[in-house]
Design a protein around this ligand. Structure first.
Ligand SMILES: [Fe+2]
Length: 139
């Protein structure tokens, strides 16, 4: 197992925590498929699923930030957009020549990014939402 979810990653938002846990599982599945010697096509399918799920998850967080009038929305969204652009770039490179971006490094990169983004950005976000409740905002 490449990365493991633990309570230190808990944001306190049940939906977001479930999505984060699913992302940990998807990164681990990608890594395990890699170790199992899965074909490049199947591996890239797993990567595409991961990329789609990441986008869905980012939309959830951005919707919550918008609903709560979170002042750091633009900066947080920029972090999300950077990751999406990076994954797209990597995916395009792999289409040209998989050797340009070995999947081993990719699994680790995604795992590291996910963990540091949750600990650095998401915990701060949900801490702010907890301490600045907005009447009528989605929880
Ligand atoms: Fe985030």
């Amino acid at each position: 197992m490449l990365i493991q979810w633990s309570p230190k990653f808990a944001t306190g938002n049940a939906l977001v925590d479930r999505q984060h846990q699913a992302l940990f599982e998807a990164v681990n599945a990608f890594d395990e498929n890699l170790e199992a010697g899965m074909s490049r096509e199947r591996l890239d399918e797993t990567l595409d699923f991961l990329a789609r799920y990441v986008q869905e998850h980012f939309s959830t967080e951005e919707f919550l930030m918008l609903g709560a009038g979170f002042p750091g929305l633009a900066r947080h969204k920029q972090e999300h957009d950077r990751l999406i652009a990076r994954v797209k770039f990597i995916r395009d490179l792999r289409d040209q020549d998989p050797a340009l971006v070995p999947a081993e490094g990719l699994a680790r990169f995604l795992g590291d990014w996910l963990q540091s983004h949750i600990l650095g950005w998401d915990l701060a976000l949900f801490d702010h939402l907890r301490t600045h409740p907005q009447p009528g905002a989605p929880q």
